[in-house]
Design a protein around this ligand. Structure first.
Ligand SMILES: Nc1nc2c(ncn2[C@@H]2O[C@H](COP(=O)(O)OP(=O)(O)O)[C@@H](O)[C@H]2O)c(=O)[nH]1
Ligand SMILES: [Mg+2]
Length: 227
């Protein structure tokens, strides 16, 4: 699958209702508005962010209900450009933006800035939620200050618009833990990240196609945006 293919990821194949519009970046010019101010009931941007290999693209595919983004095990980053795809879930036009790892300290800041700029272009004029994707049971040094990196890239209010999406939910099941148990027993730094995001956390099991995980995510998002 192409990795830099905003055109091939147009919404045409999803038969979106007219109000969702066809996906064309230039349709949304003008200044970026606050996400909350701009919240409408039928549009939503979900931006997948996090370290390489945590399962951003796989989670995007779970949300979309189809394999739209390339996702695979690799020692080098698989997603190298921001990509977008849309679907409609319960009448909401959900635009999913997949990103490369923009938090990697080894990547040149000029390259990171390009990704962030592209991502911001894709965010204009619609409500936006950041999905901070992390693997359950794996917390790396680079993730310790991930909220600071998020705020540096997307502004000081970014964490107020963030939901943590833990992947590999099956590992929790195998350990007979629910999310609350997991958070209680996790490293203080991870708990601190969850607390700063007001404990907005969901768990995905991307190897399964369970719709309820997407429903729970959208409920969490909805509560956050309507707070
Ligand atoms: N078992 C399991 N594997 C997952 C899950 N989510 C992602 N993966 C795997 O993790 C690897 C990296 O996923 P990918 O989506 O490419 O990560 P990205 O770099 O963050 O976009 C792939 O082999 C995925 O199949 C999950 O919930 N469970
Ligand atoms: Mg990816």
């Amino acid at each position: 699958m192409e990795t830099d293919n905003t055109q091939s990821l147009s919404a045409a194949s999803y038969q979106l209702p007219f109000k969702c519009g066809r996906y064309i970046i230039e349709l949304f010019p003008g200044p970026k508005q606050s996400i909350k101010e701009n919240h409408s009931d039928n549009k939503l941007n979900l931006v997948l962010l996090g370290m390489s290999g945590t399962g951003k693209s796989a989670s995007g595919n779970t949300i979309l209900g189809k394999k739209q983004f390339l996702s695979r095990a690799s020692s080098v980053p698989v997603t190298t450009e921001c990509q977008v795809a849309e679907t409609v879930i319960n009448g909401t036009c959900v635009r999913v933006i997949d990103t490369p790892d923009i938090f990697d300290d080894d990547i040149k800041s000029s390259v990171k800035n390009q990704h962030v700029t592209k991502c911001k272009q894709l965010l204009q004029s619609e409500p936006c939620v950041f999905l901070l994707v992390m693997q359950v049971g794996r917390f790396t040094d680079g993730e310790r200050d991930i909220l600071r990196k998020l705020e540096k890239a997307f502004g000081s209010e970014a964490k107020e618009q963030t939901v943590i999406l833990f992947t590999r939910g099956e590992d929790l099941q195998r350990a007979d833990l629910n999310l609350e148990d997991f958070l209680q027993g996790c490293q203080p730094e991870l708990m601190n990240i969850a607390e700063q995001c007001e404990r907005r956390c969901v768990v995905f099991e991307n190897k399964a196609t369970r719709q309820h995980q997407v429903t729970e995510l959208l409920q969490t998002v909805d509560e956050m945006l309507n707070k």
